[in-house]
Write a protein that binds this ligand. Structure first.
Ligand SMILES: C[S@@+](CC[C@H](N)C(=O)[O-])C[C@H]1O[C@@H](n2cnc3c(N)ncnc32)[C@H](O)[C@@H]1O
Length: 254
């Protein structure tokens, strides 16, 4: 198994095809008290007034669930910068945390990029597997590690996952079950929209909820929305007009 030295997280790289754990481990109970203290400390600091978002060179800072989150961005790839739908989805997860009840839920993120959404889901108590293309995993692992270590009920996993037909082989649906599949800005001008839909379908069983946030930019984005309706029942949960971001909930059609 390849691991990023000193990161505390394990990255499964595609060349070895080591798959992420499919069975949820016991929660990091020992960390609970520490997490509680850190949350209180972060809340106190936030209440004393701090901006919720600010910038520094190479790092973007956020505040979600009373915790400061520092995201390293690079210019390496599409997945190395934070996209608007990720921020919108994090705000949605935080605002609706009681309704969604992510505590102890198994969550998969597709196209996780810098990892912001997976970090917030982990901070909300979910057991998260963050996935993306192999070239994105190093930065993803770095961000997840530094923002979740000692703060989360479950240590998140990072795994290589390319959308498409191979998902059945690499992530057999008899083994991998998720309560939520999260996606932010995975629909844009690329040639894998069909593969993306196949992948969403693969991971969504009837009890799975897909939460998908996207900036709607191109006619192909609208076409994807029409295509997804053939497979899923979809509900528009929220629209953020100034960002042109929509957040959808989808469940597999019976
Ligand atoms: C626009 S970025 C969004 C990243 C992140 N979700 C966000 O909102 O900040 C799209 C993400 O999808 C990933 N991606 C693109 N094509 C992919 C494919 N064929 N298989 C798996 N991931 C892919 C990219 O690496 C990238 O991380």
């Amino acid at each position: 198994m390849d691991s990023e030295e000193g990161s505390g997280l394990t990255v499964q790289k595609s060349r070895k095809m080591k798959q992420p754990e499919a069975i949820r481990p016991s929660p990091n109970i020992k960390e609970d008290k520490e997490t509680e203290d850190m949350q209180k400390e972060a809340l106190n600091r936030r209440n004393a007034w701090e901006p919720s978002v600010f910038y520094s060179l190479g790092n973007e800072m956020f505040s979600f669930t009373g915790q400061e989150i520092s995201i390293r961005e690079t210019l390496d790839s599409f997945g190395a910068v934070i996209w608007p739908a990720a921020v919108a989805l994090c705000q949605y997860l935080e605002k609706n945390q009681e309704k969604l009840g992510l505590l102890d839920k198994a969550v998969l993120e597709l196209g996780a990029g810098t990892g912001l959404v997976s970090i917030v889901a982990s901070l909300l108590g979910a057991w998260v597997t963050a996935t993306d293309l192999p070239e994105v995993l190093s930065n993803l692992n770095f961000n997840l590690s530094r923002n979740t270590r000692g703060r989360c009920r479950y240590t998140p996993q990072v795994a290589a996952l390319s959308w498409g037909h191979e998902v059945q082989q690499n992530f057999p649906s008899s083994i991998y079950h998720y309560d939520y599949v999260l996606c932010a800005d995975v629909v844009y001008h690329h040639n894998f929209l069909e593969e993306l839909l196949i992948t969403m379908q693969h991971f969504c069983k009837h009890e799975t909820t897909l939460l998908w946030a996207n900036k709607v930019r191109f006619p192909s984005d609208l076409a994807f929305i029409e295509n997804i309706k053939n497979v899923f029942n979809i509900t528009l949960l929220e629209e953020i007009p100034h960002e042109e971001v929509r957040i959808y909930q989808a469940t597999l059609k019976k």
